[in-house]
Design a protein around this ligand. Structure first.
Ligand SMILES: Nc1ncnc2c1ncn2[C@@H]1O[C@H](COP(=O)(O)OP(=O)(O)OP(=O)(O)O)[C@@H](O)[C@H]1O
Ligand SMILES: [Mg+2]
Length: 504
């Protein structure tokens, strides 16, 4: 049975076709992956399915019946649920309040807080979500916020579940857990639509894939037998394979004098030891990677180094003049102003750029757009209208194109497609080759292994161990390769450390 049929679905923004006569089916009870470059039109299509935006032409059928949703509420009533790329949560509300908001339809008796709390707690338990349903959203990390969104779907008992890049924000351990949840959904007979840029995940989890490029459907393949042809799939995503290019190589070790030194840093927030005797050294000409399960002090490190947090004990020394560049963990909250266009968002961080004339701002946008291959329908589009990956590319471009010598990057390639990811990795290596001190905090171990000169494991607010590049570089097939294979033993030992197991 077909759960969803897209028939020549088209959606334009101005003259730009974000979706161009897209036709394909999604089978009931399948895990169906949708892939494509940043700006390919994936979120747009899903937003049409979920009733957030309207198509200009074409048809959509849900379980064989033609539908045209007027609003998300309309879609929800028809059994569709969506976890957005950018979460749709009210910061000042609690988990409970967010989940039941607009969902009174599922409770025939009206809003019954007690009963809702009971149901929610059962769901939290059953799916091991580890959430306090009375916590406020503003206190939650991105990973936890996602769980709130999943809780919404569970609560509404939706049949068709759309996940727009759910794993971009998750660590490997959390991704495993998430896939278990998907497995349960599938056992329950639900249909799952899953957007991701990570091809190994696609092969592992999907039954079928569809690829969009520049608004068109360009490729489809079955994967029920887990035999997806990955090279063919990558070609379909990027078009010409030659488009993947990353000429930047790691230069031999250069000046590695100290840039920033943190010694015995303790930071207590909300009675939690966020940092607990943390020692960390950033050196010039080095990429220092940090891996760890989210919530082990990553944000504390950033806040101390970036100067947002002053209430710590221990010593923080900076041996280099100038400011600090930061790509933050949560781009929507901390990275940009969504009503401002690209140039305005870039000039926000610049020197003496407060009163730039519009023409100059558009020049800046034009340069950044072409140098960084940012896909945007209109140069003056507000940042909020850009696709997620393109927003990330703008923020990275702004932060890396500066005179600052200390660069802090949190999930630098979050939500970014394969090509752009290779491009950003090249830029990070270039910064290092120029002698800058680069801190990369990421949930993507492959990325950290590819980039790091030194790689530290963070656990409970402290560095458990730091590996030198020679400890793991032997396992990399070739520098700068898109898909690299690190030694499984090394990955295992680092995975253990991330959960606090030290063996000794
Ligand atoms: N509200 C809008 N106004 C103008 N242009 C828009 C709007 N929404 C999306 N677009 C444009 O449509 C194109 C497709 O965007 P979409 O968000 O669907 O991409 P995507 O495939 O989800 O990319 P990503 O992988 O980066 O999330 C982009 O070029 C984007 O700039
Ligand atoms: Mg998207």
């Amino acid at each position: 049975m077909k759960a969803v049929e897209f028939i020549e679905v088209t959606r334009k923004f101005g003259n730009f076709k974000a979706n161009d006569e897209i036709s394909f089916d999604i089978k009931s009870n399948d895990v169906h992956c949708i892939l494509g470059e940043n700006g390919a039109g994936k979120s747009t299509l899903m937003n049409i399915l979920f009733g957030i935006i309207k198509k200009d032409s074409g048809k959509m059928k849900i379980f064989g019946e033609e539908k045209d949703f007027k609003s998300p509420l309309d879609a929800i009533k028809n059994g569709i649920g969506m976890v957005h790329q950018h979460f749709m949560l009210i910061e000042d509300f609690t988990v409970l309040e967010n989940v039941i908001l607009g969902n009174e339809i599922t409770l025939k008796t009206g809003i019954d807080f007690k009963r809702s709390e009971l149901i929610l707690n059962e769901l939290v338990e059953k799916y091991s979500l580890g959430l306090d349903v009375n916590a406020r959203i503003s206190e939650l990390s991105i990973g936890q916020q996602q769980k709130v969104e999943i809780l919404k779907l569970l609560f509404r008992e939706s049949d068709i579940l759309i996940f727009d890049e759910p794993t971009a924000v998750l660590s490997p351990v959390e991704t495993d857990r998430f896939f278990k949840i998907i497995g349960t959904f599938k056992n329950d007979g639900k249909t799952i639509i899953f957007i991701t840029h990570k091809l190994n995940e696609v092969k592992y989890i999907s039954d079928r894939v569809s690829v969009l490029r520049k608004g068109k459907l360009v490729y489809e393949s079955d994967n029920a037998d887990k035999d997806l042809n990955i090279p063919e799939l990558s070609r379909a995503i990027v078009g010409e394979l030659s488009e993947i290019s990353n000429p930047v190589k790691r230069a031999a070790e250069i000046n590695t004098s100290d840039a920033v030194v943190l010694e015995n840093i303790n930071l207590v927030l909300n009675e939690l030891n966020v940092l607990n005797g943390l020692d960390l050294k950033l050196k010039k000409g080095e990429i220092h990677g940090i891996c760890g399960v989210e919530g082990n002090g990553q944000s504390g490190i950033v806040d101390v180094i970036y100067g947002i947090e002053k209430n710590f004990t221990g010593s923080f020394k900076k041996y280099i003049e100038g400011g600090i560049s930061l790509v933050p963990d949560d781009r929507k909250r901390k990275g940009f102003i969504k009503e401002y266009n690209i140039g305005e968002n870039i000039s926000l961080k610049g020197k003496n750029l407060n009163y730039l004339p519009e023409k100059r701002i558009n020049e800046i946008s034009g340069k950044i757009i072409s140098e960084n291959d940012i896909r945007v329908s209109d140069i003056e589009s507000p940042m909020g209208d850009l696709s997620g990956g393109n927003q990330q590319k703008v923020i990275f471009a702004r932060e890396s194109d500066s005179e600052n010598y200390v660069i802090v990057l949190v999930h630098p390639t979050r939500g970014v497609d394969i090509n752009a990811s290779a491009f950003i990795h090249g830029r990070i290596l270039k910064l290092r080759n120029e002698g800058k001190a680069v801190l990369v905090i990421s949930s993507d171990l492959d990325e950290l292994i590819l980039l790091s000169d030194r790689l530290s494991v963070l656990y409970k607010g402290k560095i458990l161990k730091t590996f030198a590049r020679k400890d793991f570089s032997g396992y990399i097939k070739e520098e700068n390769e898109v898909e690299l294979t690190a030694d499984p033993d090394f990955l295992q030992s680092i995975g253990k450390l991330m959960t606090g197991i030290t063996d000794e």
